[in-house]
Ligand binder design. Structure first.
Ligand code: BEZ
Length: 215
């Protein structure tokens, strides 16, 4: 019997490396992601309605991702011929050009490596996964959506901004945080830090929940 218990990478893991055929040619993932933020996302199938809206959404946010030093790369368990035909069809019908590479994972190698193949949902199509990978190659946030529910581009943009803000300012981001709102200052870890916190003019509910504006 085939083993369908595929491993799922976890937050904090280094992104598993692979070589794959894509719509821009063969690439090694570790080369593609070097020194940049990367969003690796899978879709169940080419020429399907929800997937068309989702990949169009990524394409329409090209400038947003470029401004944030972020590469995009898609994946599905379809052939390179299917990808090319679909990309061309969407461009002809809607004018939207999928500028990012799409992996043709016909042998499901990458889908299995990234836990995108979830047999309880489908044995032949990848679920809607999104991996946020930092410039050091570490997985920082993972989303999995089922086949019948499209993702939320505002949330994808929000969490990328949140991850980058957390790194830059060494802060944490509260519920529903969006850019421009107050951020959470990490709680004190020593008694000295506690004293400093209590003497500070941070907006505080108590010493462990303090917020500040980012200047
Ligand atoms: C879609 O993208 O529309 C879709 C793909 C696979 C299963 C269900 C919906």
């Amino acid at each position: 019997m085939e083993d369908t218990t595929y491993s799922i990478p976890r937050i904090g893991d280094l992104a598993p490396d692979f070589e794959a055929m894509t719509t821009i040619g063969k690439l090694r993932f570790s080369d593609y992601i070097k020194g940049k933020w990367t969003i690796l996302f899978s879709h169940p199938a080419d020429f399907t309605p929800v997937c068309t809206t989702e990949l169009s959404g990524f394409a329409e946010e090209k400038a947003f991702f470029e401004e944030r030093n972020t590469n995009l790369i898609g994946l599905s368990i379809d052939s390179i011929h299917s990808h090319i035909a679909w990309v061309n069809n969407v461009r002809e019908k809607t004018g939207v050009r999928f500028h990012f590479p799409i992996i043709a994972d016909i042998d499901m190698k990458v889908a299995k490596l990234y836990g995108m193949l979830q047999p309880g949902e489908s044995e032949t199509a990848a679920v809607r996964a999104v991996f946020f990978i930092d410039p050091a190659g570490k997985i920082r946030l993972i989303m999995y959506y089922p086949l019948n529910v499209g993702r939320n581009m505002e949330e994808i943009k929000r969490v990328l901004t949140a991850l980058q803000t957390a790194d830059e300012y060494k802060v944490a981001l509260p519920l529903n945080w969006t850019k421009g709102e107050k951020v959470i200052v990490p709680p004190p870890k020593t008694m000295n830090e506690l004293e400093e916190r209590l003497a500070s003019n941070l907006e505080m509910v108590d010493f462990y929940l303090a917020k500040k504006e980012l200047s």
